[in-house]
Ligand binder design. Structure first.
Ligand SMILES: Nc1nc2c(ncn2[C@@H]2O[C@H](COP(=O)(O)OP(=O)(O)OP(=O)(O)O)[C@@H](O)[C@H]2O)c(=O)[nH]1
Length: 341
């Protein structure tokens, strides 16, 4: 069974492409309809207009297929194939005249943005090379006003320029997008997930839980008397304590667990497929490990932990409320201990 992990459900790096695909289909539909009509009405050219209408119909069909299957990659490849087919047909039909070649420059933005840097490079490169080969062989037969050796060189340079520029642009856009996304979900001080990211993971974990009905535990971990650390040793030292606690937490939990900074000196740990007894055992081991590894000769650091088991009928706010109540009990109970809801 192909079950998406909660992280995959939250993370949709292709959303940029999804919105682009939809916009392109609408643009191609409108554009082809308008240009097709101009070709019929103004130039009386049914032959060229038939290609415009083929474009229009292919946009409708690809849109329909995408709506039905949601398969972005297939729709993107089909769209690129339709664009290339129409471009070549049009250029051949116009016999390379009327600067019809200029149309080939619409391919790079579509291919690079929809297919990414690698596939975009290959497809655009192969199409440009095919076009240049065609021009090279056809040069003697083409209208001399449009095509000379100089024109051929100019076109080669423009195509190469486009290829390089879009390849570079798409590479840097992908990198910038990934970095921006990483920063928007990361806590700057500790490098753990921030609250926004934890919120979305928690929401997806609950959806996952409702589908699979497995045990699931949330834990709130709060550093005891942290205000005193800041007051007595300074904020910088307080920050270092937070970083060390974060490092113990992220290095000690399972890969399937998710840990993040919930706020101030409080951390949230999400443990899917974990029952209450194992979670309490884990919480106690984390508590002891933090005391052992973060404390120094003149400063003892301890944490209080509230543990709550979640069932699939519980809203997210109730799940967190239970963990918070358990944490409150741990603080009431003298701190440096684990309590469960
Ligand atoms: N250095 C540092 N301190 C922080 C940060 N965020 C919150 N704090 C401090 O954490 C302290 C939290 O204090 P309290 O809420 O009174 O809690 P506490 O002193 O840990 O007491 P208990 O939780 O009841 O054990 C405050 O002094 C905040 O200024 C941070 O990013 N860096």
């Amino acid at each position: 069974m192909n079950v998406q992990t909660p992280f995959q459900l939250v993370h949709d790096p292709a959303r940029h492409q999804r919105s682009l695909l939809k916009s392109l289909l609408i643009i191609i539909f409108i554009f082809s309809a308008v240009i097709g009509t101009i070709n019929v009405v103004t130039f009386d050219s049914w032959q060229i207009a038939s290609f415009n209408y083929t474009s229009m119909i292919s946009a409708i069909l690809i849109g329909w297929l995408y709506r039905r299957t949601g398969h972005l990659l297939v729709a993107s490849w089909l769209l690129c194939a339709a664009v290339i087919f129409n471009l070549f047909s049009f250029i051949l039909l116009a016999k390379g005249g009327a600067y019809s070649l200029i149309w080939i420059t619409v391919l790079p933005p579509i291919a690079f943005f929809l297919l990414g840097k690698r596939a975009g490079s290959w497809l655009t490169g192969a199409t440009f090379v095919s076009l240049l080969t065609f021009l090279f062989w056809q040069m003697p037969n083409l209208p001399s006003t449009a095509f000379s050796t100089g024109a051929f060189l100019n076109i080669t340079e423009v195509l190469l320029g486009h290829w390089l520029i879009f390849r570079h642009y798409e590479g840097s856009r992908e990198a910038a997008f990934a970095e921006m996304e990483r920063l928007s979900i990361t806590d700057k001080l500790t490098g753990l997930h921030n609250r926004a990211k934890l919120d979305s993971i928690l929401e997806m974990q609950m959806a996952y839980l409702q589908r699979l009905d497995q045990p699931f535990v949330v834990m709130l971990i709060d550093i005891d008397y942290f205000k005193r650390v800041n007051d007595n040793f300074g904020h910088l030292h307080g920050d270092q304590v937070l970083q060390k606690v974060a490092s113990v937490l992220s290095n000690s939990v399972r890969k399937t667990d998710e840990v993040g900074r919930w706020g101030g000196e409080e951390f949230l740990l999400l443990c899917p497929q974990t029952d209450l007894a194992s979670a309490i055992q884990l919480a106690n081991s984390l508590r002891e490990q933090i005391e052992r590894e973060v404390s120094t000769a003149n400063l003892t650091i301890t944490v209080s932990i509230g543990v709550a088991e979640i069932n699939k009928y519980m809203p997210v706010t109730e799940a967190l409320g239970r963990a918070d109540d358990a944490l409150y009990k741990a603080k009431e109970n003298g701190r440096n201990c684990v309590m469960h809801a």
